[in-house]
Every structure is written in structure tokens, then in C-alpha cells.
Design a protein around this ligand. Structure first.
Ligand SMILES: NC(=O)c1ccc[n+]([C@@H]2O[C@H](COP(=O)([O-])OP(=O)(O)OC[C@H]3O[C@@H](n4cnc5c(N)ncnc54)[C@H](O)[C@@H]3O)[C@@H](O)[C@H]2O)c1
Length: 304
């Protein structure tokens, strides 16, 4: 039986993984530094991912054999305090790797990000392994994490699997301080009948993915036979690409009334160093990746 530990379980992705596993017969221990506001349908423990002894004791106590490590400071928040961003993102990952090796954890899921790419990565259509020159501390921590995935596999046989997620669209939680948060903020404003000031320019194109696809892709990657995986660090993956003006037009065409101003801030520079489109053909080939939600379906589903 899968006995799963989720770290950062109360964030945008974590709450959706909890919902997904609720339908399975896996045991789930959700952990976070925050306390849940609502009842969770799995076990929960407050735990700081930087506290290695605490996480290690929870792994032992609950006989954990799979870990979803979701703790991170995201791109825009990371730029507000890059020193903290490096510390949390890297030290928590190192803790999980060490705990996993010592406790013979079967598999770890750790999300990477499109933030690992940079202006040298041929941003119009980014391949699996281009030149990478991330400009944010967040992107640097993700790239370093990808190198560690390979290292720990070669050194200890630790099976860490990873996806380079684009911006994830969901409205269950408040956005976590990333550069693609505008999409959730604009949709939430439209639902509340409010106007919105977008922090990116209207034609900034970025890759995105609907939350159901984000969860299902991770589950599929985690369930496939390791021998099928030709990528030893992290897989490119995407749903569709969209600009703020396209999003606004979709919202209006779904009958919502909203006025949007465009006032780019420091996040524009981050977005300009990120991919416009992602080539995820190796994910399709290796483990059958195919998004279920395109642009229209994702926006419609989120507006509902
Ligand atoms: N959301 C996206 O668009 C996106 C895109 C690419 C990659 N990712 C990656 O997916 C993962 C999850 O992202 P998310 O959007 O759910 O992030 P989030 O910011 O919504 O959630 C992170 C969670 O970690 C918790 N946390 C923070 N510090 C902690 C600590 N010291 N100990 C324990 N918990 C702590 C927070 O309370 C929060 O609940 C991250 O690794 C992120 O880099 C997310």
C-alpha cells in the first residue's frame, strides 16, 4: 500500500493532491508550516520542512514509502528575499533526499519549473535540454534541484521524479507568489464583479496548465515503470500558452464583466525571461502525456 507524505500540503498544488488521493486507498499524511482552516480528509501534522528530525520522525512513525515534496518559495516572492528562497528551497529538498535515502523511500515527486530556462533557451519554443540561464533565485534553486535529482539517483539509486510545471491554474487557494498569478487573480476578480490591474503587459505569452492536468500528469509520471523514463532530471510539460489579453477576452466571452488595466511591475522582467511555448514531446513519448484541458476548457472550468 502507498503511504504518502505531502510537504507544503496546504498550498495550491498540495490541496489538490490531497483531494486526488482521497479517492484512492492510499494512506496520506499532509504536513505544512500553516494550520488547515478546514477539516482535511487525511491525517495532518504541522511540520517545518527545514526541521529534518521532525520530518524524519514522521516518516518513521507513519511508515511512509512515497513523498510529494511541494514546499518552495515561488518566483516573485523569492525575489523579495533571495537568501531565504535559496535556504528554504534547497535545504528542504536536501532534507527530503537524505531522509528518503535513510528510510528507503520508494519514490519522491518534486516539481521543477519553467523558471529554470532563461533568455538563452530559445524561448519561442523551448526544447527539453536547451542552454539554461535562469535569472531568478527561484529558477536557480530549481535548476540546482534538477542536478541533485541526477546526483542522488546515480549515487544512491534514489528515485526522484519531476515535472517542469508551467503556471498552474486553480482557484482553491490564494496564489503562492509566482509570476503567473495574474491568471488566477483576474479570474477571481471577474467572479467577484471587480476590476483588475494586471502586473504583466497584455501580450506577454506564457505556458500554463489546468490543475487537473497538473495532478494527473504527476500521478502518471509516478506510476510508470522507471525503465520507460529516458530523462533523468525533470520533464518538460505544458497545457497551452496564453497572454493576459487573451485571458481577458475569454472571460468576457463567458459573459463576465470586468475592466482590466495593464501596469507591468518587476514581474514583467521575470516573465520576459520565461518560455512562450514548451516542447513536451518527450513526455508524450516516454509516459503518454496528453493534456485534457486546452485554453478554452481551462478558463471555462475555472470560471465555473
Ligand atoms: N503553482 C505553480 O504555478 C507552480 C508552477 C511551477 C512549479 N511549482 C512548484 O510546485 C510546488 C508547489 O507549489 P504551490 O503553488 O503549491 O506553492 P504554494 O506557495 O501555494 O504552497 C507552498 C506551501 O508550502 C508551505 N511552506 C512554506 N514554507 C514551509 C516550511 N518551511 N515547511 C513546511 N511547509 C512550508 C506553505 O505554507 C504553502 O502551503 C513548488 O515546488 C513550486 O515551485 C508551482
Amino acid at each position: 500500500m502507498d503511504r504518502i507524505l505531502i510537504t507544503g500540503a496546504l498550498g495550491q498544488l498540495g490541496v489538490e493532491f490531497i483531494k486526488y488521493f482521497e479517492k484512492s486507498n492510499s494512506f496520506v499524511l499532509a504536513t505544512d508550516i500553516k494550520t488547515p482552516k478546514e477539516k482535511l480528509y487525511c491525517q495532518f501534522e504541522n511540520a517545518n520542512a527545514l526541521d529534518k528530525e521532525r520530518i524524519d520522525s514522521l516518516v518513521k512513525k507513519h511508515d511512509i514509502n512515497i513523498i510529494y515534496h511541494l514546499v518552495a518559495i515561488l518566483s516573485a516572492n523569492g525575489e523579495k528575499n533571495p537568501f531565504n528562497s535559496w535556504k528554504l528551497n534547497m535545504d528542504s529538498f536536501q532534507n527530503i533526499a537524505e531522509i528518503s535515502v535513510k528510510n528507503k523511500i520508494k519514490k519522491v515527486f518534486w516539481p521543477s519549473s519553467i523558471a529554470i530556462f532563461g533568455t538563452e533557451s530559445k524561448l519561442d519554443f523551448v526544447s527539453q535540454n536547451p542552454l539554461m540561464n535562469p535569472s531568478t533565485m527561484y529558477g536557480i534553486t530549481k535548476l540546482a534541484g534538477e542536478k541533485l535529482i541526477e546526483y542522488y539517483f546515480n549515487r544512491f539509486g534514489l528515485d526522484i521524479r519531476s515535472l517542469r510545471y508551467p503556471g498552474i491554474i486553480s482557484t482553491e487557494t490564494v496564489p503562492g507568489g509566482g509570476t503567473t498569478d495574474y491568471i488566477i487573480e483576474m479570474i477571481n476578480a471577474a467572479k467577484k464583479g471587480e476590476n483588475y490591474c494586471c502586473f504583466l503587459s497584455e501580450n506577454t505569452k506564457l505556458p500554463m496548465m489546468y490543475i487537473d492536468d497538473a495532478i494527473e500528469s504527476a500521478i502518471n509520471l509516478m506510476s510508470v515503470n522507471r525503465n520507460n523514463l529516458s530523462i533523468s532530471n525533470s520533464y518538460n510539460i505544458t497545457g497551452f500558452s496564453i497572454t493576459p489579453i487573451q485571458l481577458l477576452n475569454e472571460i468576457l466571452s463567458n459573459g463576465f464583466k470586468i475592466k482590466v488595466d495593464f501596469k507591468p511591475d518587476f514581474r514583467q522582467q521575470i516573465a520576459d525571461s520565461w518560455p512562450k511555448k514548451i516542447n513536451d514531446s518527450i513526455s508524450t513519448k516516454d509516459w503518454g502525456w496528453k493534456p485534457k484541458f486546452g485554453l478554452k476548457e481551462s478558463i471555462e472550468a475555472t470560471l465555473k
